[in-house]
Structure formats: C-alpha cells, structure tokens
Write a new protein. Structure first.
Length: 284
C-alpha cells in the first residue's frame, strides 16, 4: 500500500465519477452557513501532472477527464466539476488534474475544517506544501482509517468523510466496511462517501451489499449507490471494469444530479458497447 501512487491513474474514469460525487456533496454542504468538516482518509498528493511519466505510462486520463474537458454541452453538475479542473489549468490546456484535496481547496470556505491523511511519504510532503496556507487544515501521515475515532464526532457537528483506498491489499475491503460502521456509530448523520473498484473479485462484488446492510442499520438519511461500468475484464477475468461510489446520508439532491449526468458519462467514457450505469438509493 505504501508503494501506491495515484499519479498513474489521475483523471481516469474512476476519478471522474468520484470527483463528480465529491463536488456535488461539497456544494450541498456549503449551502448552509454553519461550517462543516471534511475528512479525506486517502488524500494522495493533492494534484497530478497528466504530462508526467507516471500519468503518461498508461495515459488513463485520455479515456477519462480528457473526454469531457472541451465539451460545451455538459449537464450542469458535470460542467461545474469540469470548471474546477479548468481552474486547476490556468493556461487552458489540460496539463494537471486536481485530486480530492484540490477540489476541497476550491470548494471549502475558510471556516470549514479540512482533515487529510496520506501515508506515502512523497505524496504527504507534496500535500503538506500544497495546503500549508489553507486555514483550519491539518495534514497527517497517519493511517486514515484509524483517524475516524479522533475525527468523529466533529466539533462542527456537520461532517463529510471520503474514503478511497487503493484496494491493492484485500484487507482494505474489510477496513472500509469497519470504518463506515464506526463513522455512523460515532455520528449517524455523517455524509460518508466510499469509492470502490469494479472487479471480478469476491471482495469487490460483495462490498456494496455489505455497505448497504451497514447503512440500513445506522445511517440517519439512508444511502445512495452509483456505479459506472466502462470496460470488460480480460479473458482471464482481470482488469478494472469500472468503479462505484456508495454514499451514506447522501444529499437529497444527489440522485437527480447524477441521473442527469450518467447517460453522457456512459456515452463518452464507455470503452465497449455494453457500458452502463447503476443508480439506486434508499431513504432511511
């Protein structure tokens, strides 16, 4: 896990889905005057060069954010997210991609609290430098899963939690599930966003049902699940077919915003004729 670098995957289809959801949640949280706390358990470096050797190795961004960057006909939620990507590229060319801390830096107000966790020493150093001027911010090199006990309940009462580990170690699946349970136990109305890869792997295929069961038992405002399938596994069953986001206590606006965007994401990001999406929710 300590060797994982998100730079290889920055701006891919999974980032598009994840950061679209994150943008909508943070926009919603900011509609109330009272401050809130965002906790990012696997923050990465903050931003990434898509021209660098890591991103260029597989150029995953070319089948992700690059397919949307110059579009003028995007639904409003997607257009808003892409405006943040453009703001991260002041010369107008797609050279950099904003990670979740950069999106948070754009959208959080000075009074909102940001708590970010990153174990990789190089990414932690870059992240610390990037966020050093932001008020009410702490950058930690501790394990983000273990931070939930310290961060929740938040002194702001209102809180959002983002968990997107690499899942390169299978135990991440169990840790995500435990972390959701702990978060909801400590603060049942926390907006908890969990990203996961769509793989032909038992842990991956079972995760969503387990998350639903935990949210059914503890989330004050129900849950929402969205999955974007863009590719097929290879002949041996390997490869990431897509990804999903599970949100406990989602904003009531989120379902309709995603429903507006998902058909276009399938059309633009799908890599085979069977590309599709799933969007489901359950009220508390």
């Amino acid at each position: 896990m300590l060797a994982y670098r998100h730079a290889f995957h920055a701006g891919n289809h999974a980032d598009v889905l994840k950061h679209l959801v994150l943008t909508r949640v943070l926009r919603y949280m900011a509609e109330k005057d009272k401050p809130y706390t965002l906790i990012d358990t696997h923050a990465g470096a903050g931003g990434y060069s898509v021209e660098g050797r890591y991103a260029q190795k597989k150029a995953e961004y070319s089948d992700g954010v690059a397919k949307l960057y110059d579009r003028k006909d995007l639904p409003a939620p997607l257009a808003d997210y892409m405006s943040l990507v453009r703001a991260f590229n002041p010369d107008g060319q797609l050279r950099q991609y904003p990670g979740s801390p950069a999106i948070a830096n754009f959208l959080l107000r000075e009074t909102d609290r940001l708590r970010v966790y990153e174990l990789h020493s190089t990414d932690h150093r870059i992240l610390t430098s990037y966020l050093e001027a932001r008020p009410n911010t702490q950058v930690s090199d501790r394990d983000g899963f273990s931070a939930i006990k310290a961060e929740l309940p938040s002194p702001t009462r209102r809180a959002a939690l983002l968990m997107d580990p690499s899942y390169e170690i299978k135990t991440d699946y169990a840790k995500v599930l435990s972390a959701l349970r702990e978060a909801l136990e400590r603060a049942a109305d926390t907006v908890t966003m969990i990203w996961y890869p769509q793989l032909q792997l038992l842990e991956s295929t079972q995760l969503v049902q387990r998350l639903k069961a935990s949210a059914d038992a503890a989330a004050k405002k129900g849950w929402l699940h969205v999955r974007l399938t863009v590719a097929q596994a290879d002949e041996r069953g390997f490869g990431m077919m897509g990804s999903g986001m599970f949100i406990a206590n989602p904003p009531f606006t989120l379902h309709d915003e995603l429903a507006e965007c998902l058909p276009l994401l399938v059309e633009r990001l799908g890599q085979y004729d069977g590309a599709n999406y799933v969007l489901e929710q359950k009220a508390a």
